[in-house]
Structure formats: C-alpha cells, structure tokens
Design a protein around this ligand. Sequence first.
Ligand code: FAD
Ligand code: NAD
Length: 320
Amino acid sequence: QVSDTLAKEGPSSPSYDWFQTDSLVTIVIYTKQKDINLDSVIVDHQDDSFRAETIIKDYSYIIHMGLSHEIQEDFSVRVVENVGKIEIVLKKKENTSWKRLGHPLENHNLLIPKKDTGTEIVKPYTPVSDFLLSEFKEPVLLNNKYIYFLIKIYPAGLFTPELDHLHIGDFVSVSNPEGNFKISQFRELEDLFLLAAGTGFTPMVKILNYALTNIPGLRKVKLMFFNKTEDDIIWRSQLEKLAFKDKRFDVEFVLSAPTSEWNGKRGYISPALLSQFLKRSLDNSRVLICICGPTPFTEQGIRLLHDLNFSKDEIHSFTA
Ligand code: FAD
Ligand code: NAD
C-alpha cells in the first residue's frame, strides 16, 4: 500500500505481460517512459528466482518471481526505446507449456523509490596509487593513511551513483583485500605487456609502479590501453610523460569510438593489434602479459594470446 502511494507521486506505474512459444518465454515490461535504454535494466536470475529491475528516474520497477518452470542460464534483453518497451526473452529448459509465469516474490510489480529497494550492494574495486609520476603527486595530507580508487560513475548503475552522492562524513564499508596476483610472477621478468580496457586500467597502476622500480632485469614495459573515446583515457598525460621519461615504457591508445580527427589505432582487441604489439625484446625473453577490462574483452584477449602461443604462465587475467 505504501508503495502504491509513492508510485502515484512518481512516474506513472509500469506494467508487464508475458507470452510463450515452445522454447521461449518473453516478459514484456511497458515502462510508459521514452528515455529507457539497455542501461536502465538489471536482470538477475538464480535457480527459480527471477528479478528484473528497471530504473525509471529515481524509482525502480521490480519484476520478482519464483518461476513456475526451470529456465536456461542465458537470456536476452531488448529495449524498444521509442515506446519504452522492454522484452526479456528466457529460454525454457524443457519445451512444455507454462500455465503461469510463477508466483510473486518481494516487491513484485511495484514501483518503489530506488533507495528503498533494500538490498546491500557489494562491488569490487582496485586500489591504485595517487599518481604515476611523482610530479603529479598530491600533497600528503595528515597521516598518509589513505586508499585511492579510480571509479567510473555509471549514471544508470546500482552502486556508483550512490557513491557519487556521498558527502564528507558519510561512510561505506570496505572488506579485506582479495586477489590472486603474486609478486613472484615478476621473478626474472624481462618484458611486461599490459592490456587494459576502460577502468581495467586500475590494476595496472600499481603493477607499473612496482615493475619500473623493483624488477632489476626488466627491459620493456608496454601498455596497450583500449577506450571508447579520447576523453575516456584515464591519466593520459601522466602515461605519456612516463613514456617520455622512462625509455623502457611505451603506451599505445586504441579507441573503439573515436572522432574522425583521431590518428591513432582504432577498433577492438584483435589478432592484428596484438601480434604487432607483443614483440619480445629478445627471442626467448621472459614475458608476462596482464589483461583486464570488460569480460568480453578479457575473454577475447585470452583466446587471442593462446592463439599467439603464449602459455598460461605468461598470462595473468584480472577477473571477478
Ligand atoms: P551496475 O549496476 O553494475 O551497472 C553497470 C552498467 O551495466 C550500467 O550501465 C547498467 O545499467 C548495466 N548493467 C549491469 N548489469 C546488467 C544486467 N544484468 N542487464 C542489463 N544491464 C546491466 N570499477 C572501477 O570503476 N574501478 C575499479 O577499480 C574497479 N575494480 C574492479 C575490480 C574487480 C575485481 C571487478 C570484478 C570489477 C571492478 N570494477 C571497477 C567494476 C565495479 O566493480 C562495478 O562493476 C562498477 O563500478 C559498476 O557498478 P554499478 O553498481 O554502478 O553499476
Ligand atoms: P568501456 O565500456 O568504456 O569499454 C572500454 C573498451 O573495452 C572499449 O573501448 C573496447 O575496446 C573494449 N570492449 C568493450 N566491450 C567489448 C567487447 N564486447 N568485446 C571486445 N572489447 C570490448 O569499459 P568500462 O565501462 O570502463 O568497463 C571496464 C570493465 O573493466 C568493467 O566491466 C569492470 O568491471 C572491469 N574491471 C575489472 C577489474 C578486475 O580486476 N577484474 C578491475 C577494473 C575494472
């Protein structure tokens, strides 16, 4: 009842419907909003519980059901933007006819203010240093007890807009660090190649710092940094200055959505880009390749590295 009242104050309430074929179940959400896009929908499916959260301004419209039959893991989401319609297509495990979609779970078919959706949000972030080059170092404040993060805000994301709205004095809980990168992977390293996409650059920050100061036999460090546009390149001027100052270090930027003025490399990670980039300084030099970025980028990168005959030990991927 409370939610009904709130719904009346917010955007007009969406509705949903569903239909099926032998093998598919399609859930259609009519948002009654025109500015809906794929970023507005968060779909989650575990066992028989299905949840789709559609973000509409400061509200969330929730579809939350215990499905009546089993579905396969993969599903697809389509948005018809001009009419604000969202179609979520689920694949049935068995080709039987469903009499009903399922039974409603918490908040099902309600439009509720985003902050009341009530779930704890846990997201991983990678601590970075506050600078790459000492000349960019911020003055050290008070007791030096700081953790630095580089965090991209996704306007339609669940957590980062909340983080963006915090004020000094607010707090977030931080867990113990987790991870599986071992310093021993640097032992006797000669060539270090870093493949980063977007915020996948963050694990490379400390790696770069460490490698350039602590690996005695290191000959070459190369970063290939994939972004959509020039504006997305994190710490570009620091990277270019570092390349200028330290002859062992090189950086190449690759853009997937550049303007027509961009003279540099373009496209997604590809065999052509990698084979030209991954040149060892000696025929048999000891190599480590670190890769991090959106999951499809990292998966594709690992496949390509295997195709180029790099071994498992020569590749470290940062994944969830
Ligand atoms: P989300 O709600 O996750 O959404 C992100 C985007 O994807 C939005 O546009 C959203 O609408 C869309 N989306 C998400 N899920 C779905 C879905 N199921 N269906 C449709 N659309 C969807 N990020 C950093 O900025 N810096 C870091 O240092 C960093 N380190 C990381 C380290 C690790 C090990 C991992 C795994 C990730 C790291 N990330 C980092 C990413 C970070 O954890 C979050 O994923 C990111 O901040 C987005 O969170 P969010 O809740 O704001 O957005
Ligand atoms: P983005 O959407 O701006 O994309 C950056 C680049 O990634 C693109 O220019 C493109 O070259 C490449 N890319 C994107 N989609 C691709 C696809 N389908 N196939 C091949 N290449 C593709 O990136 P973003 O928004 O900054 O996201 C960065 C990602 O890195 C997030 O998914 C984040 O979770 C992940 N990340 C992981 C860690 C980790 O330690 N595992 C750390 C930081 C960030």
